[in-house]
Design a protein around this ligand. Structure first.
Ligand SMILES: [Zn+2]
Length: 238
């Protein structure tokens, strides 16, 4: 797993510290200027010192660019994460957790987890190929990402995820959690004959009735999370 020295130098120059990584994450996820989630004005967001956040120039609303990413709840530095992602980009035949353990001086468990999550996300970046197929289980779920409050109000983006158990992941930002916004993505990314697992069955009736999927749901509002092998734990974990 030898990297070209020039490539490593390039990486080190571009991402010399935590700040440069955090700023990159912010710009990649939200762009240079965007409509503030709170005051709704077109805004530039400035870095907040001593926090991993940026604030709106008008109202001071803070956005944490790591929210909803694997970097959110981890003691591993962003720079270490970025370095391992760099290894993934530069290495054709895969990155071994053992090697990450050695290069970063982290535990094997940490190294393995980093590699695992990066692989999942790269699956998303690479592949918008259809997933599932007859008999295969695919889970669908939506979640709110971004901002500070945990109430899931309008100031957050809604992201839907589709994951084949043990396989690929696709995520998409959607306008609303209604079936008209969710179902078209399922039809596009999930092959005929798949077993589609969701929560809240009512929203997804037409998966079976119109599109012929083998659809099964757990009812989270009734505190049902697992019934046999019917659950959405894989996508929620993702
Ligand atoms: Zn604002």
């Amino acid at each position: 797993m030898a990297q070209k020295p020039s490539k490593i130098r390039e990486f080190q120059k571009r991402f010399p510290d935590e700040d440069s990584c955090l700023t990159h994450l912010m710009r990649t996820r939200f762009g240079e200027r965007f409509t503030c989630f709170k005051c709704q004005k077109e805004a530039t967001y400035f870095r907040v010192k001593a926090r991993r956040s940026f604030e709106c120039e008008h109202c001071g609303y803070q956005v944490y660019p790591t929210a909803g990413t694997p970097f959110e709840k981890t003691r591993t530095s962003l720079r270490d994460w970025f370095y391992v992602m760099f290894l993934f980009c530069e290495t054709r035949n895969g990155v071994a957790a053992k090697e990450v353990e050695r290069q970063l001086g982290v535990t094997y468990k940490t190294a393995w987890r980093m590699c695992h999550l990066i692989r999942l996300y790269m699956g998303y970046v690479d592949g918008d190929a259809p997933m599932g197929g007859p008999g295969k289980a695919v889970e669908v779920d939506e979640t709110f990402i971004g901002g500070k409050d945990k109430q899931g109000k309008d100031d957050k983006a809604i992201v839907m995820g589709i994951v084949e158990r043990g396989g690929d992941v696709v995520t998409r930002v959607v306008q609303a959690r209604s079936k008209s916004h969710i179902v078209p993505h399922i039809v596009r990314f999930v092959r005929d004959g798949s077993r589609v697992h969701t929560d809240e069955a009512s929203n997804f009736k037409l998966l079976k009735e119109k599109y012929g999927y083998d659809h099964e749901a757990v009812d989270h509002s009734a505190k049902e999370y697992v019934r046999g092998d019917v659950h959405t734990n894989s996508i929620e974990t993702f």
